[in-house]
Write a protein that binds this ligand. Structure first.
Ligand code: ATP
Ligand code: MG
Length: 412
């Protein structure tokens, strides 16, 4: 069973569906419309504000509303340098009479990694200068010094965090469509606690309402809390036996293991700790979604997604498990972690062997691996005596023996 996340299910279709920030959105819409009279003096907007208030959504909605193509790049992506060059092309080509309009979105410019992408800011400035199409840049922190030159080249529009007045009707409407009851005090509390971050609020509410079709202040209250450090086993015990999302999340705060390591522990133990297949399936799909977030965080350095990844792997798993185990089941050590350390030692051995070969044969370590290893493997299999002789003369017998015997072994 896969559940569509509410954040995609209820993504605003039009700019009118974006809650709150009416004046700012009006200003943005006016600026977009002003392009019909020719290129305005500011060809780019810097749309800034806290996470999850609708920056990306409103931009997408504006393009959709007009039937324009949206050229969207995440500026914090690793290879943004290459992509930016392409965007520059798309921005500067004049449209023909029959071609569609175009809106260019450079999302999360404050996430640009200047070390990896030294020229990025200059390239973006260049794009702003020559673009023939409206260009929208988004950022959480408009004061980030590295994006300062961008700020000055743009019309700045701020989206503020959603308060009760705009947030409450939005949440009520979504819960209504989902058939979930919630009292206004609970919604006020969650808006306040999550500082108007609608993405995180929708994730929380979806999680909570998957077990409880009516939300109260108590449920929301349970979402927060932090205290001390505990052993990994205690942490796992708490996660798999939590009856509330709050205590599952608390487990994270008392654990001192690396978060991805903890993910592996949970992933490995879920099948043994969750006896009902249906519940296990739900837990696994929460873990799969969490894994997707971790992937995206790593790829694009979108650290603001971390709390979603963490929530899914703790509270998401806790909520899925409703049925207790009938006896005591020990926790298991994650396979992935043991195999990671195994591949690490193999890699070290490879390097050592290649270095010895390199010294003897006057080639680089990389070349030694490329040229000699396949050959040696062949000789090792077909003529052990000859292999012995060569390995000794290369002064790498110990490493090569270790390596080749390991590589020959089928994975278990
Ligand atoms: N103002 C809003 N009105 C309606 N839904 C919203 C609003 N803001 C956010 N959402 C919901 O939250 C999700 C995420 O919003 P969006 O990606 O637009 O946030 P953002 O401001 O771009 O955040 P970030 O800074 O993290 O990129 C949307 O898909 C939508 O479901
Ligand atoms: Mg965004």
């Amino acid at each position: 069973m896969s559940v569509e996340p509410w954040t995609t299910k209820y993504r605003p279709r039009t700019s009118k569906d974006v809650a709150g920030n009416k004046t700012a959105i009006e200003k943005l819409r006016d600026w977009v419309e002003s392009w019909s009279k020719g290129r305005p003096s500011k060809a780019a907007v810097l749309l800034y504000g806290p996470a999850g208030v609708g920056k990306t959504s409103v931009t997408e909605a504006l393009a959709r509303e007009r039937g324009w193509d949206l050229v969207e790049i995440n500026a914090s992506d690793k290879r943004s340098g290459d992509i930016l060059a392409k965007v520059a092309g798309l921005a500067s080509t004049q449209s023909t009479l029959f071609s569609k309009g175009r809106l260019i979105l450079l999302d999360e410019v404050d996430g640009i990694n200047l070390r990896a992408d030294q020229g990025a800011v200059a390239t973006i400035l260049q794009i702003i200068k020559m673009t023939q199409y409206p260009l929208i840049l988004t950022a959480n922190d408009p004061w980030d010094p590295k994006t300062r030159p961008l700020r000055e080249a743009c019309l700045q529009i701020e989206l503020k965090r959603l308060g009760v007045r705009d947030g409450l009707p939005l949440l009520r409407n979504i819960l209504n469509q989902e058939g979930v009851k919630a009292n206004d005090d609970a919604l006020r509390l969650i808006l306040d606690r999550d500082r108007g971050d609608i993405r995180s609020i929708l994730n929380d509410m979806q999680l909570l309402s998957s077990r409880n079709r009516s939300l109260t202040v108590d449920d929301i209250d349970l979402l927060s809390g932090r205290d001390r450090t505990e052993s990994i086993f205690e942490v796992l015990r708490i996660i798999f036996n939590s009856r509330t999302t709050a205590s599952a999340r608390r487990a994270l705060s008392i654990s001192d293991v690396d978060q991805e390591m903890l993910f592996q522990w949970i992933f490995e133990n879920a099948p043994y700790q969750i006896p009902k297949p249906k519940e296990l399936e739900e837990a696994m799909s929460a873990l799969a979604e969490s894994d997707l977030y971790f992937g995206r965080i790593k790829k694009t350095q979108s650290w603001h997604l971390l709390s979603y990844a963490l929530d899914l792997m703790t509270a998401g798993v806790a909520i899925a498990k409703q049925t207790s185990l009938s006896g005591w089941v020990p926790m298991r050590f994650p396979q992935k972690i043991s195999s990671m350390s195994r591949t690490r030692s193999i890699r070290d051995t490879r390097k050592k062997a290649a270095a010895s070969i390199g010294v003897r044969s006057h080639v680089s370590v990389r070349r030694a691996q490329q040229l000699y290893f396949p050959l040696l493997r062949f000789i090792y299999e077909h003529n052990p005596d000859e292999y012995e002789r060569i390995a000794v003369s290369l002064d790498a017998k110990e490493e090569l023996d270790d390596l080749l015997s390991n590589e020959m072994r089928p994975p278990n």
